[in-house]
Design a protein around this ligand. Structure first.
Ligand SMILES: [Zn+2]
Length: 195
């Protein structure tokens, strides 16, 4: 989903500091805490980015550099690939990793936390470790990536009943774990200009 696509975040000194998600990057842009920066190092604030977005609608090669557009009745913009935080306050709003299906898969490296299988989309699902029917919550600590096979087998049983163990204890990821990812491993050609 494009609102979950990754956006490289530069600090005000143009240093790459984080990988964030598009939704938060756009939020920072809307609130004037960040600007979009393209591979020619041109910086555009929200209004300039709106204008530029309508311009590249007619330039398929330029438009293809972006993962998609978001549109509201009043505004239509391309999802930025790189943003630059303009204030120190700006960094705060992208500090936490949002609880989402996508981010749980990402945290678990797409691996089933019961059998360890690397899950392709067609067998990948989420599972409540402590079953939902027994009061298990939808939180970072209780939801893990599971293959459909283990998910089906587990049903509403607990791990104790089954004698199963988790591959690793599920926790909420911190941003530092993203910073710890060497940027040269990031599979994004577009970012290379900034790293
Ligand atoms: Zn499994």
């Amino acid at each position: 989903m494009s609102l979950c696509s990754e956006v490289l975040i530069l600090n005000k000194y143009f240093l790459a500091v984080k990988v964030g998600i598009a939704k938060d990057a756009i939020c920072a842009l809307y609130t004037g805490k960040a600007s979009v920066i393209d591979e020619t190092y041109t910086i555009r604030n929200l209004n300039e980015w709106i204008k530029y977005s309508s311009l590249i609608d007619n330039l398929p090669l330029e438009a293809a550099k972006y993962v998609g557009k978001i549109s509201s009745p009043s505004i239509s913009i391309y999802i930025p690939r790189v943003i630059k935080i303009d204030t120190t306050a700006g960094i705060e709003i992208i500090k936490t990793v949002k609880y989402s299906r996508y981010n749980i898969y990402k945290r678990d490296g797409n691996k089933c936390q019961y059998c360890g299988t690397k899950c392709k989309n067609n067998i990948r699902t989420l599972d409540h470790v402590h079953p939902k029917s027994k009061g298990g919550k939808s939180t970072w600590e209780n939801v893990v990536t599971s293959c459909k096979y283990c998910n089906g087998k587990k049903g509403s049983q607990t791990l104790d009943t089954l004698g199963w163990q988790l591959k690793k204890q599920p926790v909420a990821p911190e941003w530092k774990s993203h910073i710890g990812t060497p940027f040269d491993k990031v599979q994004n050609e577009y970012w290379k200009n900034f790293l």
